[in-house]
Structures are given as structure tokens and as C-alpha cells.
Design a protein around this ligand. Structure first.
Ligand code: FMN
Length: 197
């Protein structure tokens, strides 16, 4: 097994230590080396550091506050407190990389079946990129957290991003200040079905 795959954890406590620029560059490179459907490479990475990071966090906070009064995701209200927790983690992480799907369409716009298939393929491509990035971070001795709770602040964060497409999530990066145990996984018999004839 590749060591980084077994060692990687979602990290929710970070040390207040700067991440060297070369490390962030290498992690971005790992993302860009991911496979993608039709080689469309539907990703755009926006690295938020310093005051840009503060602005992004403020946009997310506005979104979460708005979500309670005027929800974009009314059926997901039970997860809103989890999103506030994610925001508190993001506030500790020295680097946050926002990941947009440049070919994504507005969340509440109806899609044709073809568009939906393209969206699923693009989502998988972005997932491959983010996974590469988490593994590269692990290899470099950095902790990371893959974040989709940004969707609760989709409107505010997309305004802040001001880029084509839709925000798909974020990756928090920094030096871990915790060593979580491996989280449980489905058993092999639940997750895998062998069919051999
Ligand atoms: C697509 C995706 C979105 C996620 N979003 C969040 C999030 O918004 N906040 C959070 O704390 N964790 C988030 N996680 C982390 C998961 O909770 C975590 O991967 C899972 O519990 C397994 O733990 P592990 O990563 O340590 O193995 C996300 C993970 C993935 C793959």
C-alpha cells in the first residue's frame, strides 16, 4: 500500500506555522496531474493566504449566518452546525485552497441529462485532483482537510471568488496539531462484491 494513503487523516487542528510556498506549489502540481474526464481539467485553484484568506473566511461566515435565515440548502439545515465547526477549523489553517469547477453551472439551474453526466464526470475529475493534493500534503508532512461545507456559503464564496463556474469545495492546509486515529471504514464485505465466473 502507498504509505500516504494509510497515513492521511482529515486534520481539524493546526499549528500557527506558515506553510512554505514550495510545499503549496507542489500540492497544486499534484492536483493538476490528476486524470480528468476527456482531459477537460475542469479545475481552478484559488490559494487564499494572508488578508485574502481573511476575506474568504468572512464571506463564508456571512454565508453561514445567512443560511439560517434564508437557506440555499433548506433540507440540510441539520448540518449547519457542522459547517460552523468546519469554519472554525478553516480559521486555524494557514492556507486554504478553494477549488472551482470552471465548467460547473449554477447549483439551482435545471440540467439536461447530458449536462448532468458531464457534471458527474467533472466532479469525479475534481475529486481525483483533491485526493492527489491530500496525499501530496501527507507526503510533505502537512495536514489537510477536504471541505464541502463551503456549499452552505456558496453564494457569498462565489462572489468572493469572482471566477467562472461553481465553487466545489476547499482544501485546508497546515501543520497538524493533532494525530487522529484512523476513522472507521466499511468492512470489505460491505464495500466490495466480487463476481467471478
Ligand atoms: C468530498 C468531501 C467533503 C468533506 N467535507 C468536509 C467538511 O466540510 N468538513 C469537515 O470537517 N470534513 C469534511 N470532510 C472530511 C470527512 O469527514 C472525512 O474524510 C471522513 O470523516 C473520514 O475521515 P478521514 O479523512 O480522517 O479518513 C470531507 C471529505 C470529503 C471527501
Amino acid at each position: 500500500m502507498i504509505q500516504a494513503i494509510t497515513d492521511r487523516r482529515s486534520i481539524r487542528k493546526y499549528k500557527p506555522v506558515k506553510v512554505p510556498r514550495e510545499c503549496t506549489e507542489e500540492i497544486l502540481e499534484a492536483g493538476m496531474l490528476a486524470p480528468s474526464s476527456k482531459n477537460r481539467q475542469p479545475w481552478k485553484f484559488v490559494v487564499a493566504e494572508g488578508s485574502a484568506r481573511e476575506e474568504a473566511l468572512a464571506a463564508m461566515e456571512r454565508g453561514l449566518a445567512r443560511e439560517k435565515l434564508c437557506p440555499l440548502l433548506p433540507e440540510s439545515a441539520i448540518f449547519l452546525s457542522d459547517a460552523w465547526h468546519t469554519l472554525s477549523v478553516m480559521k486555524q489553517a494557514p492556507v486554504i485552497i478553494f477549488i472551482a469547477n470552471t465548467l460547473g453551472v449554477c447549483l439551482n439551474r435545471p440540467q439536461t441529462v447530458d449536462e448532468r453526466v458531464a457534471e458527474i464526470c467533472n466532479a469525479q475529475s475534481i475529486g481525483a485532483a483533491v485526493e492527489n493534493m491530500t496525499l501530496a500534503a501527507t507526503e510533505l508532512g502537512l495536514g489537510s482537510l477536504w471541505i464541502c461545507n463551503t456549499f452552505f456559503a456558496q453564494r457569498e464564496l462565489c462572489e468572493w471568488l469572482d471566477t467562472d463556474g461553481e465553487l466545489y469545495g476547499a482544501l485546508a492546509l497546515g501543520y497538524a496539531d493533532e494525530q487522529p486515529a484512523a476513522r472507521p471504514r466499511k468492512s470489505r464485505s460491505d464495500a466490495v462484491e466480487w463476481r467471478s465466473k
